[in-house]
Write a protein that binds this ligand. Structure first.
Ligand code: ADE
Ligand code: ZN
Length: 325
């Protein structure tokens, strides 16, 4: 068996983490009181009890509602710092995380407040823990192309400190092609691109993320195994998949941990990485996501391989990659 200590000690990069998804119920409550925001729960236990999801949308509804307690620059700094301290215990030395500016700008918060708050948190975490970060601006795909363009425009003053763009939220019915022009504009600006694809959506959404969005990683991508031609392509090109086991079971992409295809993908030669997605909502930070795979046959060598893959697939420079791999 692979011990928890072994998993925790493996240096890891986390490449699929929504910072808003690291908002723990205790902190949600604290912020609701501090900022005088009403939330539809009377206790931390009630919040946790609400975390029973039957698909992606049932989670997203609660996730966007929860984010309403974040109002001040220091709230975002603390959110980042809480995540960093917790992830550090799990051996995360580097995180490339998403933030969803539209969730906040649509509530009237300035882009700058959100961004500078997260940057404050990153600076403190770097000093305190030595962790490094890349920040990925993620467009909400249930909103319009026009709204995504407006968000890219709002980000322009900060582009020297934004490391890439992503695409998240409700996948079905919001295909990659809806954002092909926004992603082309981001590419023009020199931004690397990733996208959620093949979480609930079909393999065609993965193909189109590759072809129309020109992504360098696929977030989730677990539908790859449904299309033999795509499967072969993903292996041949070593296109990284940022998979999230606890998320997949929480959101019923797979009914049970034993049904996950992560280990199958890895053994077939895919560049698989393990991530926590929204750890406050799905029952665990990164090590937990390795542990649940241990229970379905992952070996110590496979755990080490996936930790190493996280650096290969990261946007770190070659020197930093070599240091951790
Ligand atoms: N936003 C936060 N978590 C997400 C997920 N797993 N899929 C799509 N959008 C998300
Ligand atoms: Zn995600």
């Amino acid at each position: 068996p692979v011990s928890v200590e072994y998993i925790n000690k493996l240096p890891k990069a986390e490449l699929h983490l929504h910072i808003e998804g690291s908002l723990e119920p205790e902190f949600m409550f604290e912020l609701a009181q501090r900022n005088n925001v009403k939330i539809p729960y009377n206790s931390v236990e009630e919040v946790r009890a609400a975390y029973k999801f039957h698909n992606l949308q049932s989670f997203l509804d609660i996730y966007y509602a929860g984010a309403s307690v974040l109002l001040k620059r220091e709230d975002f700094a603390e959110l980042l710092l809480h995540y960093a301290r917790r992830a550090h215990q799990d051996g995360v030395v580097h995180a490339e995380f998403f933030f969803d500016p539209q969730t906040h700008t649509d509530r009237g918060l300035p882009f700058e407040l959100v961004f500078e708050g997260l940057r404050d948190g990153m600076a403190i975490a770097n000093k305190e823990l030595g962790m490094t970060f890349k920040i990925i601006l993620s467009f909400l795909r249930h909103l319009s192309e026009e709204a995504a363009f407006a968000t890219l425009e709002a980000a322009k003053p900060f582009l020297d400190r934004i490391d890439g763009v992503g695409l998240d939220s409700s996948e079905l019915g919001n295909p990659p092609e809806k954002f092909a022009r926004v992603f082309a504009a981001a590419k023009e600006l020199g931004l690397p691109r990733v996208a959620h694809a093949g979480e609930e959506g079909p393999p065609a959404y993965i193909w189109d993320s590759l072809k129309l969005l020109d992504v360098c990683r696929v977030d989730h991508g677990v539908a790859t195994s449904k299309d033999p031609e795509l499967y072969e392509h993903i292996i041949k090109t070593q296109m990284p998949l940022t998979t999230c086991p606890c998320s997949n079971v929480s959101l019923r992409v797979f009914n049970d941990f034993k049904d996950l295809n992560v280990i199958e993908l890895l053994r077939a030669g895919v560049c698989v990485t393990i991530n926590s997605d929204d750890p406050a909502y799905f029952g665990g930070y990164i090590s937990k996501n390795f542990e649940v795979l241990e229970a379905v046959g992952m070996t110590a060598e496979e755990a080490a391989k996936m930790a190493k893959n996280s650096f290969t697939a990261s946007w770190l420079d070659e020197e930093s990659k070599a240091r951790w791999s």
